[in-house]
Design a protein around this ligand. Structure first.
Ligand SMILES: Cc1cc2nc3c(=O)[nH]c(=O)nc-3n(C[C@H](O)[C@H](O)[C@H](O)COP(=O)(O)O)c2cc1C
Ligand code: SF4
Length: 406
């Protein structure tokens, strides 16, 4: 068999991705073909990283794909590797997802095409954390360092893993690339629906799906809903009326200042106190900071502290004004977009729940504050200690040419 030159394979894949409008599913919705071409334009042998860190507590899709649709993810990683002449595929999985790491490991072992001459595929554990999945933090973690974002430029496409041009994309994005390569992509995406719904979990939607369609797939609501969060803890709140009027197409959502991010819809029940929910998540997100940029460390800490204050004692409207001011001040002031996400989450809450915030500012915590734990804030195991095989930077599984990527 005569193998096609890289330019040919690259052009074909990139054009197919463009035609299908495949976009990143890690949150930013960036066109995947553009990233592919940017990596190809660099000097040096590229590396492919499958981002399966899934640090967002409201997301389940990447774990599901590792367990249930591993082959489409691997098809995508391989198609990208072939198009770019990459010699390495690294699947980076949160160290807490051991069943998922084992499942993708089995799928890798069953695929001789992933260990062909000149290609090495590894599954590697990375420390749990919201920021670990940020692409430069992920690269640092894979190298055995702490999962902390690095200054950009250089961006991973220019100089990523081991200084190589690196394509870091989300697990679902690779699944879409795989389906495009196989000719089975139909434009659907996975959405994790949770909160006040009968059947929380994953649904698959088409771009024209409405909130009514989402609710129908999730078995309907369990009780009255006061607002909807799109895009998770770096996303935005909106009213039920506004959410109901929209189709969940990114273009439409973005026109309304919203995004599904990593594919997240959360419905907040009327029985929860939104101020307490937002305060708890903001505190958790502040603690998830990689702790290296002043505006992130101090700004998020101050915002979280002020929000917590509202759930304890009221002090007039000064606190709400301060929270909004600090949220504006932290935007674009970190080495990564973590503070921007928190600012969006908090400021949209101040708007959507204005009456509740005013009430807490005047009177302090309400009767619902203590019991409002609808939004998960998981306890993180900070240490990467454990068996050596699970240490950050150490492959859990390694197949293929040992000579590759050294
Ligand atoms: C704070 C923070 C956390 C992130 N966490 C994840 C994550 O857990 N998984 C992920 O795929 N992308 C995450 N991202 C986005 C990545 O940096 C990167 O944009 C993404 O992996 C690119 O893949 P895509 O083009 O397929 O979306 C995060 C970004 C930020 C700023
Ligand atoms: S902005 Fe925050 S999370 Fe991002 S690198 Fe700086 S300290 Fe870390």
């Amino acid at each position: 068999m005569v193998s096609r030159p890289r330019r040919d394979r690259l052009g074909q894949l990139a054009e197919a991705l463009e035609r299908a409008d495949v976009r990143g599913r890690g949150g930013a919705c960036f066109p995947t073909a553009t990233k592919l071409r940017a990596v190809a334009a660099q000097r040096g042998t590229p590396t492919i990283i499958v981002n399966a860190a899934e640090g967002e507590p409201l997301s389940q899709k990447d774990r599901y794909l590792l367990m249930g649709r591993a082959d489409t993810v691997l098809d995508g990683a391989l198609a990208a590797a072939n198009a770019l002449n990459a010699d390495e595929i690294v699947i980076a999985v949160d160290q807490g997802f051991s069943a998922e790491a084992a499942a993708i490991g089995r799928a890798v072992r069953a695929r001789p095409d992933l260990s062909r001459r000149g290609l090495r595929t590894t599954v590697q554990a990375v420390p749990s954390g919201y920021v670990t999945g940020q692409e430069t933090a992920l690269i640092a973690a894979l190298a055995g360092g702490e999962p902390k974002p690095t200054q950009t430029p250089p961006y991973p496409f220019e100089s990523g893993r081991r200084g190589r041009p690196t394509l870091v994309s989300n697990t679902e994005t690779y699944s879409h690339i795989g389906r495009v390569a196989r000719g089975t992509y139909d434009g659907t995406r996975l959405v994790t629906v949770s909160g006040a719904v009968e059947q929380p979990g994953l649904i698959e939607i088409t771009p024209d799906t409405t909130m009514a369609g989402v609710l129908q797939s999730a078995g309907g609501i369990t009780e009255s809903v006061q607002a909807v969060l799109f895009g998770g803890y770096g996303g935005a709140w909106t009213t039920v009326a506004d959410a109901t009027a929209l189709t969940l197409e990114e273009r439409v959502l973005r026109e309304h200042g919203l995004t599904l991010g990593a594919g997240i819809v959360f419905l907040l029940a009327s029985s929860s106190c939104p101020v307490a929910e937002v305060a708890r998540v903001a505190k958790w997100m502040a603690a998830e900071s990689a702790g290296q940029c002043g505006p992130c460390v101090h700004g998020l800490g101050a915002i979280a502290g002020a929000l917590e204050q509202l759930t304890l004692h009221g002090d007039g409207f000064r606190t709400c004004v301060q929270i909004r001011k600090w949220s504006e001040m932290v935007k674009q002031r970190g080495a990564c977009a973590h503070p921007d996400g928190v600012a969006r989450f908090v400021t949209t809450a101040l708007t959507v729940f204005a009456a509740e915030f005013d009430d807490h500012a005047q009177h302090g915590g309400c009767g619902r504050c203590d019991d409002s734990t609808a939004l998960p804030t998981p306890h993180r195991r900070r240490s990467t200690a454990g068996s050596d095989a699970r240490r950050s930077g150490t492959p859990l599984l390694e197949i293929g040419s040992k000579a590759a990527s050294r």
